[in-house]
Design a binder for this molecule. Structure first.
Ligand code: PGA
Length: 253
């Protein structure tokens, strides 16, 4: 039995303004603060949009909830209009940053090599990079899911990655925001494949947390979080309701 806490990560995506965002962060902080002691089985992370990072960070200060960015640039500073550097994220209290989310890969044409550069920048800034991988529905229909995810892993993980500075999030693209969740057998098989791939490449590959993401909700969280090799969940839609996100965390075995 692993003693590593499961990571319950909320990806707010392009949602929330100050009023609802601060209420959401405040409600989660209140739930966390109401516990007698720090949870032993999970840690919580919220990744609000950039406009709310500072304010949400203030709301969750001292609650033990971690703060993360949804994306970053690989450069430390410079002429990159609209981007945020890891130094900026770290400066306002982010401990994590999501890189290579499928929505970044599709909306902004991000390649594996760019994702690896971003992850390396996050690690250099002392943050944990959450590197997202996942196949399209057609890949799975044609039985290519391991080939696709294997190649994303090999090209998106930078040198120097380890269990402290990297988390992998397996998010089948067809399960994101669709209400369709991968079956327990699919998740188990893919996480085992990712584990094998990480162990073959990295000295501490056996310890790297592998999250599952894609339509995680209170009703399926317990089953998913109970699987071997599922080190937590990356939650989109259900992370926008404090009660649902909290229920997911409470489903941690
Ligand atoms: P979802 O999103 O939970 O809304 O499916 C997950 C994600 O994209 O991280």
């Amino acid at each position: 039995m692993s003693v590593v806490k499961k990571l319950i990560a909320g990806n707010w995506k392009m949602n929330c303004c100050r009023e609802d965002g601060l209420e959401l962060a405040g409600d989660l902080a209140a739930k966390m603060n109401a516990l007698d002691s720090e949870p032993e089985n999970f840690e919580m992370l919220i990744c609000p949009p950039a406009t709310l990072l500072w304010l949400a960070g203030q709301e969750i200060a001292k609650s033990g909830i971690h703060l993360g960015g949804q994306d970053c640039h690989f450069a430390e500073s410079g002429a990159h209009t609209g981007d945020l550097s890891c130094r900026m994220l770290s400066d306002i209290g982010c401990s994590h940053v999501i890189v290579g989310h499928s929505e970044r890969r599709s909306d902004h044409n991000e390649s594996d090599s760019l994702v690896a550069e971003k992850a390396a920048a996050a690690m250099q800034s002392g943050m944990t990079a959450i590197i997202c991988v996942g196949e399209q529905e057609a890949d799975r229909d044609e039985g290519r899911e391991n080939t696709v995810v294997g190649s994303q892993l090999s090209a998106s993980i930078p040198n120097g990655a380890n269990a402290e500075n990297m988390v992998i999030a397996y998010e089948p693209v067809w399960a994101i925001g669709t209400g369709k969740t991968a079956t327990v057998d699919d998740v188990r098989a893919m996480h085992a494949f990712i584990r094998e791939t990480l162990s073959a490449r990295l000295a501490d590959g056996g310890k790297i947390r592998i999250l599952y993401g894609g339509s995680v909700k209170p009703a399926n969280a317990e089953e998913i979080l109970g699987l071997d090799d599922v080190g937590g969940v990356l939650v989109g839609g259900a992370s926008l309701k404090a009660d649902d996100f909290w229920a997911i965390a409470q489903a941690t075995p």
